[in-house]
Design a protein around this ligand. Structure first.
Ligand code: ADP
Length: 255
């Protein structure tokens, strides 16, 4: 049985004080997320210093761990920068309103996550119209929003599965869906997953690393664009996130 949590998005973004609180809370919450990979890097560096001789195979193993841990730290810093940028835009209440083609953004987002998908042998399926899906807004924030949804779809999918991105125009609105056939989200958690720092499996022994701000960023970016985001999910079968945005931009003859 599939369950749905629908977000009704208020027209205004969060107040600057709220965003200030967000930054402080975020720093407190992710400090241990930083510590874990940094401790690994330190441990392996010490091991390398003390090692007499290392065969090439063992050296490759150590380098892989160092690379993975470094990537995790870079990912955390990037998320921090994302939150900061969103804060700036929302505080200024001055969202750039360029014409943005959502279909093109979906292709770019898919390209950006292709390597991660291939690593898990996931098929990335794009169902997009030939014509542009114009909206008005901030292209780089919208791209970030799609990246977060795709990153999660990949992160919470098992190997050799499929992730689908489906874009279309419906009743004059732009619809973008990111669907996976992965772990799914338990019903009780669905209404809360867009809350800042909320993680379904937030314990130290959790299966997937995270910060709990990905979907918060998605919600805020969609809110800033006067859109809605909705999720449908079933445990063990997968999840489908649907973003709806008002149509706008492009040329007058575009649908
Ligand atoms: P995180 O950094 O933990 O991924 P998010 O804000 O992106 O934080 O997501 C919040 C929670 O929602 C996650 O901890 C995860 O349990 C759940 N979640 C998000 N996307 C998916 C998905 N596609 N499939 C299953 N669970 C998901």
């Amino acid at each position: 049985m599939w369950f749905t949590a629908r977000m009704t998005v208020p027209p205004r973004g969060p107040e600057p004080e709220e965003l200030d609180l967000l930054r402080r809370e975020y720093l407190r919450n992710v400090s241990h997320e930083f510590r874990t990979p940094l401790t690994v890097i330190r441990g392996y560096a010490e091991y390398l210093l003390g090692a007499e001789e290392l065969d090439p195979e063992r050296l490759r193993e150590v380098a892989t761990v160092l690379l993975d841990s470094t990537d995790r730290v870079i990912g955390l810093v990037d998320t921090l920068i994302d939150v900061g940028r969103l804060e700036q835009v929302a505080a200024r209440d001055a969202l750039p309103t360029e014409s943005v083609d959502l279909a093109q953004l979906a292709r770019s987002a898919a390209e950006a996550v292709r390597a991660a998908a291939e690593k898990k042998q996931l098929e990335l399926e794009l169902i997009l119209p030939d014509r542009p899906l114009w909206v008005r807004g901030d292209g780089s924030l919208l791209l970030q929003m799609l990246r977060k949804l795709l990153d999660n779809a990949i992160k919470y999918s098992g190997p050799a599965s499929r992730v689908t991105v489906h874009g279309r125009c419906e009743d004059g609105r732009r619809l973008l869906q990111v669907e996976d056939r992965g772990a799914g989200i338990p019903r009780d958690h669905l209404p809360r997953i867009f809350d800042k720092f909320y993680m379904v499996d937030g314990g130290l022994a959790r299966r997937a690393p995270g910060t709990g701000v990905g979907l918060y960023l998605v919600r805020e970016i969609v809110r800033l664009h006067q859109g809605t985001v909705e999720v449908t999910s079933e445990v063990g079968a997968g999840s489908c996130f649907t973003v709806q945005l008002p149509a706008g931009g492009g040329s007058p003859e575009d649908p």
